[in-house]
Design a protein around this ligand. Structure first.
Ligand code: FES
Ligand code: FES
Length: 180
């Protein structure tokens, strides 16, 4: 592991939502501050700053991580996804985001970015989640507004829609391979 000087800024390069970025970071700089203040990706929120509330959750190489417990220098060479990277296009919401909208699964929205990131990662791994499993994922996030019920309803609906979407894609590929 390279030794970093505490007094020096180090160039840290990583991929953010599919695009290469870099920041000049002191070793103590948090990933949350690098993302929000140096890069301007303010979708990642900061609540407790000690790993409890989940507001700052991002994906690092596809795995959810608390950005407030991550140093910016730890992002070197990694693939980072923040809430800004979940939508398929600037004018389109992801299936999960659209379900949140339909179910009014956010009020102030402070917790929402982190919850979307955790659920997005979980639904990729577990396309047929039980409601209890979804509750456990969301249980890692503090939401003071919604009472969680609409969040779970949105997640259940999104899981069903994503399953249907992947079945349709699989059927299309099968038909194309038969050349019909
Ligand atoms: S701000 Fe990171 S977990 Fe609360
Ligand atoms: S919507 Fe306000 S904290 Fe969750």
């Amino acid at each position: 592991m390279p030794r970093l000087s505490a007094a020096t800024r180090h160039r840290v390069g990583f991929t953010l939502n599919g695009k290469p970025v870099s920041v000049e970071a002191e070793p103590r700089l948090l990933a949350t501050d690098a993302l929000r203040h140096d890069i301007g990706a303010t979708g990642t929120h900061v609540g407790c700053e000690h790993g409890v509330c989940g507001a700052c959750t991002i994906l690092i190489d596809g795995a959810p991580a608390r950005a407030c417990l991550t140093l910016a220098v730890q992002l070197e060479g990694r693939e980072v996804t923040t809430v800004e990277g979940l939508a398929p296009a600037q004018d389109r919401l992801s299936v999960l985001q659209a379900a949140f909208r339909r179910h009014h699964a956010l009020q102030c929205g402070f917790c929402t970015a982190g919850i979307l990131i955790s659920l997005d990662a979980f639904l990729r791994e577990q396309p047929e989640p039980s409601e209890q499993e979804l509750r456990e994922v969301v249980g890692g996030h503090l939401c003071r507004c919604t009472g969680y019920t609409p969040i779970i309803a949105a997640a259940v609906e999104a899981a069903a829609l994503l399953r249907r979407e992947s079945q349709t894609i699989a059927q299309t590929i099968a038909l194309e391979s038969l050349d019909v």
